[in-house]
Design a protein around this ligand. Structure first.
Ligand SMILES: [Zn+2]
Ligand SMILES: [Zn+2]
Ligand SMILES: [Zn+2]
Ligand SMILES: [Zn+2]
Length: 572
């Protein structure tokens, strides 16, 4: 089959379906898409809220809960400990399929009555404010993570211990304020660093120990501002620095940004991989337009944030791992296969259009099932009945499709319509990756969540915080500290924040000044440091080189971007 050009139902722009894509769609028996790659990702992400948290009442017990569902949403939300318990039966909420109503409408009606977990974090211990945090221990305000211990204020991290303020970091300990780093220890204020130890302000460095404010280094020690020092010189200079001072660190952060503009940028951060395109890819083969990929991926397309053994998966993420054959999934896998249009489905096979199901197989449009087989809308069928009814429903989906407010048609093979999401657009990861203004969101027929009026009364103003961590008293944990942005930014600022005991110990141990802005503002600040998940065709900027490549550095950006060959010549 040849490449084909189609028009996206959503943005109306032309997009290409490549010839080998057709074989994938044939393999999963799903018709080719009617949305372009970006619109598909945006639609899927309107169903993923990782860090907008609210207080609401438990629909069963009336107790106070922390939840990803705001109290104004008419949903059934219960404590996750009860959710995992035996006091209720997910089959009690089952639906008989009704051939007079479009599938997606029925699914939304069924969902709106079904008890949801207040947060999405199975196997989490003492990590009540963590969402989509699988196997988390003693962690706080972490989202989209896997296997973490004592991690605070972070997003998209796996196998991390005793660290704070990270974005997309794997297998790392005792680190702070890093973006896209792996296999590191005591690494601070750094970006794109691998296997670095005891270092500060590193950009694109590998295998470095005791280095400071440097870029493009390989296997170096005692390098400061790009200059090789003796161990003694380095340590003496480091001692003279006032790393515990907020103002001092702010100055260093400015120097870091200047250094980034002067150093050479590899067209893409790809490691141990073959025939791949995208950015931040580690151990992958034949994967295209993929981002933030760690620890094994093969034959995938348009996937982001995946860890461990992902194969034959298209248009999925964030949060896929140990998954074979998947399409339009997020937070899904952990040893599963053939999962289509699913979220939070783990250890499962042949599951479609389902949410929050575990250890199951052959499910269609189910929610909250554990160890079940042959179910549709949480009704149990025999094997024969299941496959017969599934076929009939797919036929019905095509004959009586759901049509949204904008006239977009949703047949079998589309993800759930964004307008049926239980979240407002700006509560979700869609806003993180495809930021929109309120008016545009309303025009799309989607919901917008106004910032909560918080009425926090700060007991300590930012300007009255001690500059140096050494001057901070133990009483700080009792203060409500004003966020410097005072809710005036677009980062869902909570206007004030507190310092926890664990945090204070961490800051003191590593001589890190107290933050002046709240977690939301810090999170969005880190998001802005990373490249978008998008590729442009560009030429190498090394004089005389004519090589071209696909890069996530947009053409108008100021960085110096080199092809692989020129980069290797300069850097290693
Ligand atoms: Zn589109
Ligand atoms: Zn703030
Ligand atoms: Zn802010
Ligand atoms: Zn070049």
């Amino acid at each position: 089959m040849k490449n084909e050009i189609r028009q996206c139902q959503n943005c109306k722009k032309d997009f290409i379906i490549e010839s080998d894509d057709f074989s994938f769609y044939e393999k999963i028996k799903v018709p080719p898409p009617t949305f372009c790659i970006e619109c598909k990702a945006q639609r899927r992400l309107t169903y993923r809220n990782t860090h907008s948290l609210y207080r609401r009442k438990d629909s069963f017990t009336g107790e106070n809960l922390i939840s990803i569902y705001s109290p104004d949403k008419d949903l059934v939300v219960i404590d996750q400990k009860d959710w995992w318990g035996d006091s209720w039966d997910p089959f009690d909420y089952g639906y008989d399929y009704d051939f007079s109503i479009p599938f997606f409408k029925q699914w939304a009606d069924f969902r709106d009555k079904f008890p949801f977990q207040s947060m999405s974090n199975s196997k989490a211990t003492n990590s009540d404010y963590c969402n989509v945090a699988e196997e988390s221990f003693d962690s706080y305000l972490v989202s989209a993570s896997w296997k973490i211990e004592r991690v605070l204020y972070s997003d998209g991290v796996s196998s991390v211990k005793d660290s704070m303020d990270l974005h997309v970091v794997h297998r790392t300990e005792f680190s702070y304020d890093d973006v896209v780093c792996t296999d590191s220890y005591q690494l601070f204020y750094s970006e794109i660093a691998i296997s670095c130890v005891n270092s500060y302000f590193l950009y694109d460095c590998r295998g470095c120990t005791d280095c400071f404010m440097s870029s493009n280094l390989r296997n170096k020690s005692y390098v400061m501002y790009g200059e090789q020092l003796s161990k003694e010189e380095y340590n003496n200079k480091l001692k003279e620095m006032d790393l515990g001072s907020y103002n001092y660190i702010q100055e260093k952060k400015k120097e870091f940004e200047t250094m980034k503009l002067k150093c050479i940028h590899r067209f893409s951060n790809i490691i141990n991989s073959y025939d791949v395109s995208g950015n931040n890819i580690d151990h992958a083969k034949n994967c295209h337009n993929c981002y933030d990929i760690s620890d094994g991926m093969e034959d995938c397309k348009n996937v982001f944030w995946s860890v461990k053994n992902v194969r034959d998966v298209f248009d999925s993420g964030p949060g896929v791992g140990m998954l074979q054959l998947g399409y339009e999934c997020f937070d899904t896998g952990a040893g599963g296969g053939h999962l289509l249009f699913d979220s939070v489905v783990y250890y499962a096979e042949n599951v479609e259009y389902s949410f929050n199901c575990y250890n199951s197989s052959d499910l269609f449009a189910c929610i909250g099932l554990r160890s079940k087989k042959h179910c549709i809308l949480n009704r149990q069928y025999s094997k024969e009945q299941y496959f017969e009814l599934r076929e009939k429903i797919i036929k019905h989906m095509n004959e009586m499709p759901y049509i949204d407010k904008k006239g977009i048609v949703y047949k079998y093979g589309e993800f759930f319509p964004a307008e049926l999401s239980p979240f407002s657009y700006n509560e979700t990861v869609a806003q993180d990756l495809f930021p929109l203004e309120k008016e545009d969101v309303l025009k799309m027929g989607l919901l917008w969540k106004e910032d909560e009026i918080r009425n926090y009364v700060p007991t300590l103003l930012t300007k009255d915080l001690p500059d140096n961590i050494g001057d901070v008293s133990n009483e700080i944990i009792n203060e409500v500290i004003e966020c410097e942005h005072q809710g005036k930014c677009k980062d869902r600022c909570s206007t004030a924040f507190k310092i926890t005991q664990e945090e204070l110990i961490f800051y003191r141990r590593f001589s890190i000044p107290l933050p002046r802005i709240c977690y939301g503002c810090r999170h969005y600040g880190r998001l802005r440091k990373r490249n978008p998940m998008k590729l442009w065709n560009r030429k190498c900027m090394n004089e005389g080189c004519t090589n071209e490549f696909e890069t996530s550095y947009a053409p108008e950006r100021p960085e110096i971007v080199y092809c692989e060959k020129c980069y290797q010549q300069e850097v290693i």
